[in-house]
Design a protein around this ligand. Sequence first.
Ligand SMILES: NC(=O)c1ccc[n+]([C@@H]2O[C@H](COP(=O)([O-])OP(=O)(O)OC[C@H]3O[C@@H](n4cnc5c(N)ncnc54)[C@H](O)[C@@H]3O)[C@@H](O)[C@H]2O)c1
Ligand SMILES: [Zn+2]
Length: 340
Amino acid sequence: MQKLIIHGSSSDSQLLVGENFENFRNYLPAHKQIIVLTDDKVNSIYGGSFIGFPTVVIGQSEKVKTLETIDAIIEQLITFKAGRGSFLLAVGGGIVCDVGGFVASIYQRGIRFGFISTTLLSQVDASVGGKNGVNHRGFKNMIGVFNQPDFVICDPNMLKTLSQDDLSCGFAEIVKHTLIADANMFNWLEQNVNKAISLEPEAIEKLVFNSVAIKAAIVNKDEKEQGERRKLNLGHTYGHAVEKVMHLSHGKAVSLGLVVAAKLSMKRGLLDKPSYDRIVNLLQKLNLPVEIMGNKQEILEALTMDKKREGNSIHFILMKGIGAVAIESIGIDELKQISL
Ligand SMILES: NC(=O)c1ccc[n+]([C@@H]2O[C@H](COP(=O)([O-])OP(=O)(O)OC[C@H]3O[C@@H](n4cnc5c(N)ncnc54)[C@H](O)[C@@H]3O)[C@@H](O)[C@H]2O)c1
Ligand SMILES: [Zn+2]
């Protein structure tokens, strides 16, 4: 087991990578009422380990990441007589963690909370960094807070029950992290891709720890996304547009976003062709898409609506080789001219 600390403005957060989730009691505060929040699928697989704790179960998918769900959870917290001294343990993927962190932050002006992160995506991304929130009328993550959980447990063994699609989503974010900050880890993943796909626990622990370390280092420098944290948006500017237009899963959209960022980087002379090919090959080996099949015009239109647009240009995160990035401004006209 490896441990990392995020020093948030609200509180510190312990990230426990490789910990057996069954040891969760060791991290719970003493003498507090513990309430578990999870979704119906995770509950059906792991609920047996949380018997005896009052439990709130929500549904699955982005559709439940809403204020209505927050309202329903608050109703249940009241039924459980939860007070300022209660502690919320969210057990699930990115959705349960986002919803859990948000409801804990506002219930009675805030109760403490922790995560058992059960998807690869949430272990390497969603549950790390203290962003918690819900969607509003179809717009993602419109309402939320920055607040760090007391702890995040990332147990690689929990990932064995994930679908292939959900695993790929996590791998897209792992590749993103290596491209932002760690060329050695990119090389290692290239060499060990089969171990990664077959979820060999040591390989997964190494990859999750590395990803969490990269994200934690960036969040420690810039918790509230004033500058450095924007680097984490690599592949997400185009990715969000693709996700919206093509209704792809987030990870697949990010994969396409990474390919587009690599292509733009190559066009600007920041990335050479062999490196571009390595990135595309690695994504393919991880069962991620690398070619855009949808209506590119529509994607471009969605892109120009992006909130990162400023006047006639968009802030893009581009790659300076493998393992380093730069924030660059790209004109809308320039984007239209190149064949993405
Ligand atoms: N807060 C952040 O910084 C941040 C960062 C990235 C993503 N996110 C958010 O995370 C969400 C996506 O996260 P996600 O991909 O984990 O989605 P998710 O929580 O919907 O989980 C995906 C699916 O896997 C199931 N599942 C969870 N754990 C499982 C397990 N161990 N075995 C089998 N099935 C399991 C879930 O029931 C669900 O059906 C999005 O809403 C996104 O906005 C947040
Ligand atoms: Zn993402």
